[in-house]
Design a protein around this ligand. Structure first.
Ligand code: 5GP
Ligand code: ZN
Length: 115
């Protein structure tokens, strides 16, 4: 399902351009517009799920599909030495786009920080 007001739904539909790195039936992945590391990819389920707090037994196959895509995307982006996968949820989590997404970050030795 799509949310007409959602930025990432518009990106998935190609209505807003993005630098696409991976796509299959359930998953879309593109370069972050404001990268926090040499490689910074946004991985989203094509189904509009607002945030991690809305994951349930019906829509979790879309979430699983995102994680199943991680190794292929990481390999394609040359992240042979490791990477970090991050989800921000809600206001306290710092989520700014309310379409569930996973940040795939790497391409350098990442800082030791919150986790
Ligand atoms: P959040 O803060 O919600 O976890 O992450 C949202 C991410 O989406 C941010 O890293 C931000 O740079 C990225 N972003 C926001 N708008 C756009 C856009 O129009 N295009 C792309 N490629 N990334 C975007
Ligand atoms: Zn959406």
């Amino acid at each position: 399902m799509r949310d007409e007001n959602c930025l990432f739904c518009k990106i998935i539909a190609g209505e807003i351009p993005s630098s696409v790195v991976f796509e299959n039936e359930k998953v879309f992945a593109f370069k972050d517009i404001n990268p926090q590391a040499p490689v910074h990819i946004i991985i989203v389920p094509k189904d509009h799920i607002a945030c991690a707090d809305e994951i349930n037994s019906v829509n979790s196959t879309s979430v699983a599909a995102c994680f199943e895509a991680v190794p292929e995307i990481a390999k394609k982006m040359g992240l042979d030495n490791g990477y970090r996968v991050i989800n921000n949820c809600g206001a306290d989590g710092g989520q700014t786009v309310m379409h569930l997404h996973f940040h795939l970050i790497g391409g350098e030795k990442l800082s030791e920080k919150i986790v």
